[in-house]
Ligand binder design. Structure first.
Ligand code: NDP
Length: 241
């Protein structure tokens, strides 16, 4: 799409899974895409398949200095920022009583503080570029509760709330902020999970990363009047809630 010629995007956690599928969609849309991840080997290999339209940069989303460097290099390589996709995330296991305080804090750090850091550093660049979008990958765990993943649920509800606050603050700069809420998707994160958990969904299966990525591409390229909203990609899992 020509409207994105000389504009850039960053996908955190873009080296594999849902993030990698988002990278492929945004490259197709014409953006220069930075894959920002901890996984250097996977990220570099993926960038090579889309060269010269994609580059890998190491990013720990909890590290402010790394964010600044990645944002700087993204705009230098591919032009003004058009989209930030806060996709990197981790899953914890533990009830409110059993989870260690360190693990709970770490999950909030990666899944909520990281996207907040990225948003606050990306916002001035998006504003200077005349607008753009921030897509936060939350979860159905940001729409309802689940037992046994308490830190994850708290972080994903937090990310949904952060989306709404930022949408209110940034709309006047033509910066849209939306959250995407996938149900169970086939990735490394769900490897080994019992697939029967999807059996009672209207669409009784796990989704594929490409099915989430298609929603993200729609939000970036088409949904010009949507901000502050939740976009659910869950096979109907939350429909009866
Ligand atoms: P994956 O585990 O397959 O990929 C996540 C990527 O993020 C990995 O490359 C991982 O690297 C990276 N990452 C982890 N921590 C950091 C960090 N601190 N800084 C930068 N990158 C990091 O996950 P999915 O593709 O399944 O998930 C992507 C997003 O979608 C997550 O936010 C997840 O919560 C959400 N989601 C996933 C669902 C699913 O069923 N798969 C359902 C609902 C939401 P490393 O391996 O080194 O940790």
């Amino acid at each position: 799409m020509t409207e994105f010629a000389n504009r850039s995007a960053i996908v955190t956690g873009g080296a594999r899974g849902i993030g990698a599928a988002v990278v492929a969609e945004l490259v197709k849309a014409g953006l220069g895409v930075v894959i920002a991840d901890l996984l250097t080997d996977d990220g570099t290999a993926l960038a090579e398949t889309f060269a010269p339209q994609a580059r890998f940069h190491h990013l720990d989303v909890t590290d402010e200095e790394e964010w600044s460097r990645v944002l700087e290099e993204t705009e230098r390589e591919f032009g003004p920022l058009a989209a930030l996709v806060n996709n990197a995330g981790i899953l914890d296991y533990g009830t409110v009583e059993s989870e260690s305080p360190d693990l709970f804090r770490h999950v909030l750090d990666v899944n909520l503080f990281g996207p907040w850091l990225g948003m606050r550093l990306a916002a001035p660049r998006l504003r200077a570029a005349g607008g753009g979008i921030i897509v936060n990958i939350s979860s159905t765990a940001g729409l309802m509760g689940y037992a046994g993943i308490s830190g994850y649920v708290a972080s994903k509800w937090g990310l949904r709330g952060l989306t709404k606050a930022a949408a209110l603050e940034l709309g006047s700069s033509d910066i849209r902020v939306c959250s995407v809420h996938p149900g169970p998707i086939h990735t490394a994160m769900t490897l080994g999970m019992d697939e029967s958990i999807a059996a009672t969904q209207p669409l009784p299966r796990f989704g594929e990363p490409e099915e989430v990525a298609a929603m993200v591409r729609f939000l970036v390229t088409e949904a010009t009047f949507s901000t502050g909203s939740e976009f659910v990609v869950d096979g109907g899992a939350t429909t009866g809630q």
